[in-house]
Design a protein around this ligand. Structure first.
Ligand SMILES: [Zn+2]
Length: 281
């Protein structure tokens, strides 16, 4: 049978469509399967899986995708074929990537984009779900249709949905290991996150002490050290706003303040040694 593709291999739309068909075949998904019809690559049939944790869970829906001759510069049209309770059948669905919103379509998108977008539109509720081709059946009816959809057979493809897109075999058997693994994964991945928040080390909050070191006993050095911050601060706050304290601290330490401090330190040293001597005697 002569296909349209064999006649138009130089057509840019055909090239693009064949490229997408190859890409989808080489990188299949367990959530959808799509391929062009043999007799017309501008028409694709696709089966998509209902999203988990929605009323469409377990459902398999057959979709018809029509590509315009100007593809990818004009968007595809999408029509639902399997009864689903969310979209009318055989009606072009109004969603942002279909021909109802041409201005939103981008040539960089593709058939895979459209399929994933359609899946995302399934569970929408309320005003987000409104549009041409949208219907709002009760949840119970959607669930009933989801169950029926698995064995629904496309008249053209002549294969039930469940054969076109079988359930992933690992889904149920993986449940147990999947539950056992997360704690380990959490433990192994936790340390880097925690480490990132730990401060790099204690800040050396060691104020410079004029009388520090040398012959001054440790206790006294500690005493004077704890006092030193008061000297500049006692002077500065009187005239300087807080923000300027740091910048002006050095210049503002005037001679008088230095004398005061020197005297205070000397008196303390004398008192210390006197006390020590008296204590010894
Ligand atoms: Zn089909």
């Amino acid at each position: 049978m002569a296909t349209r593709s064999t006649h138009n291999k130089n057509n840019s739309a055909v090239k693009r469509i064949l490229q997408e068909a190859r890409e989808l075949a080489n990188d299949p998904s367990t959530d959808y399967v799509a391929a062009p019809l043999e007799e017309d690559i501008f028409e694709w049939h696709c089966t998509i899986r209902g999203s988990p944790d929605t009323e469409f869970e377990g459902g398999l829906y057959h979709v018809r995708i029509l590509l315009p001759g100007e593809y990818p510069f004009r968007p595809p049209s999408i029509m639902m074929l399997t009864p689903n309770g969310r979209f009318e059948l055989n009606t072009k669905i109004c969603i942002s990537f279909t021909n109802y919103h041409e201005e939103l379509w981008q040539p960089a998108w593709g058939i895979r984009t459209a399929i994933i977008g359609l899946q995302g539109f399934f569970p929408l509720k309320g005003k987000d779900a409104v549009g041409v081709g949208a219907i709002e059946y009760p949840v119970s009816e959607r669930k009933r249709l989801a169950a029926l959809s698995r064995n629904w057979t496309c008249p053209h493809c002549q294969q039930p949905n469940i054969e076109l897109l079988p359930d992933p075999p690992a889904a149920s058997s993986d449940a147990a290991p999947a539950q056992a693994q997360p704690p380990e994964a959490a433990v192994s991945s936790a340390p880097p996150a925690i480490v990132a928040h730990v401060p790099s080390g204690p800040v050396a909050a060691h104020p410079p002490t004029p009388g520090e070191g040398r012959h001054v006993p440790a206790e006294l050095a500690a005493m004077t050290a704890s006092m030193t911050p008061f000297a500049p601060q006692a002077v500065v706050p009187q005239r300087q706003p807080q923000q300027q304290q740091q910048a002006v601290r050095q210049p503002q330490t005037n001679v008088l303040a230095m004398f005061d401090f020197a005297i205070a330190t000397t008196l303390m040293l004398l008192a210390y040694f006197l006390g020590k001597k008296l204590g010894v005697l």
